[in-house]
Design a protein around this ligand. Structure first.
Ligand code: ACO
Length: 398
């Protein structure tokens, strides 16, 4: 293709796709999405069935191993993850060094990257056993780092993992434990959180997964690659959207202000956060499930007044020509923030709540990539638009 030139200076034929809208960056057998039909499947299992019948920890196994586990395999998987939930004491000191008002997502990004220095063996990415132990460590330690970041933001002492508790219960205990007693969440809340984790576990080549794959293609250790994923997820157009939705709802203040806000969006003043998706040009199937999970949580916590504003936004937008013609529907982030707020989380923790379960997807994709014989270092080209060869001009002559 490089030989197909229109003149001497032409680089040759090349695809130009700056946001990868029409470029498949890899082959993958993990997650299937049909954005027009609103279908999402992990390893062939519809997201609706997994959200209804599975648990996050089982889904993590499915994403990584490709099949649902047997009872024994699941028991062993849970056991391995449970015994790796602790982090080195120096990780705690490292996190205590952040400013009192540090964004927990920044803390998570820094601390998961720092784990690579605690596990130098992680560099040996060609060894399957070594990859396995790093996989377990990452899934096990991410909730611990996330909870430490939360306690830091709250100015509260960090709570160590309690390995008698299941995965979501252990996380909630590290977040909310206030006395000598374990924190006991309402089972409906614990289940809603687990469903949210299932829904966020993977989403094929989204921005953060692409970042994990691109950085991982240099054969760096998985902690550094996952830190790149966390950094990508931090942005308001990706995992930061749930945080942006809540800020937007709070700014709108009342249901009556919704029509005026929508007019502002249509005039191009700002985006309706939590709406639109690069792939889904239909209702995001995850948004539908989250809406139901939100109802379960509100049964326990009482209805969040911002829900009324969200429902009105959705109602008006789904009937408005601007949104209909552009196929803009609520995405996964539109309702998830309302659940997180009901759980008493500050908005800055919302993207962290996304990063915890997405870790299993990132690692599944990383594992697939490092074993893919066709994968070379990700290194795109560019269309050069700058000056060509010129003579250097000495300072005095400029
Ligand atoms: N509000 C208003 N208009 C929108 C929105 C929105 N949320 N999203 C897209 N549009 C408009 C664009 O302005 C554009 O209009 P135009 O054709 O008149 O110029 C048209 O719809 C197409 O939008 P694109 O920007 O081309 O869509 P793209 O696929 O590049 O972007 C994205 C997808 C980033 C998700 C976008 O819809 C957006 O910014 N949404 C709000 C942020 C958000 O909710 N992000 C979370 C995504 S889900 C996730 O990451 C887990």
């Amino acid at each position: 293709f490089r030989q197909m030139k229109v003149d001497e200076d032409d680089f040759g034929l090349m695809t130009y796709d700056p946001a990868f809208t029409n470029t498949a960056s890899c082959r993958s057998a993990i997650t299937f999405i049909d954005g027009d039909a609103g279908i999402l499947e992990y390893r062939g299992y519809p997201i609706e069935q997994l959200a209804e019948q599975s648990t996050y920890i089982e889904v993590a196994y499915l994403l990584i191993h490709g099949e649902l586990p047997t009872k024994d395999q699941l028991d062993q998987w849970c056991q391995e993850i449970t015994i790796h939930t602790f982090v080195h004491e120096n990780v705690k000191s490292f996190m205590q060094g952040f400013r009192h008002d540090a964004h927990p997502m920044g803390m998570l990004c820094g601390s998961v990257g720092a784990l690579s220095t605690f596990y130098p063996d992680a560099n040996d990415i060609q060894d399957p056993e070594n990859r396995h132990i790093q996989t377990i460590r990452l899934i096990a330690k991410m909730p611990t780092l996330a909870a430490f970041a939360f306690r830091h933001a709250m100015g509260q002492p960090y709570v160590y993992p309690d390995n008698d508790l299941p995965y979501p219960g252990n996380f909630l205990n590290m977040m909310y434990k206030m006395t000598e007693l374990k924190y006991e969440p309402d089972p409906r809340v614990a289940r809603a959180l687990d469903v949210l984790f299932i829904l966020h576990a993977d989403h094929e080549q989204n921005c953060s997964t692409n970042a994990v794959r691109a950085v991982g293609s240099s054969q760096v250790d998985p902690y550094s690659a996952v830190a790149a994923g966390v950094a990508a997820l931090y942005g308001p157009l990706h995992g930061g959207a749930n945080e942006a939705v809540l800020r937007m709802l709070a700014r709108i203040q009342t249901k009556d202000n919704v029509p005026q806000f929508i007019e502002g969006v249509k005039a191009g003043n700002e985006k309706l956060m939590g709406f639109g998706h690069r792939v889904y040009k239909n209702y995001d199937p995850r948004a539908r499930i989250i809406k139901a999970a939100a109802d379960d949580v509100f049964e326990v916590t009482g209805v969040n007044p911002l829900l009324e504003i969200a429902l009105e936004l959705e109602k008006i937008a789904l009937e408005d020509e601007y949104f209909v013609s552009r196929k803009l529907y609520p995405n996964v982030d539109f309702y998830s923030g309302l659940i997180y707020e009901a759980l008493g989380l500050p908005v800055s923790m919302f993207p962290v709540m996304f990063a915890i379960p997405r870790t299993s997807g990132w690692i599944a994709q990383w594992l697939e990539m490092v074993q893919d014989k066709e994968q070379k270092i990700a290194r795109p080209r560019q269309i050069y638009t700058g000056e060509r060869t010129r003579e250097y001009v000495p300072m005095g002559s400029r």
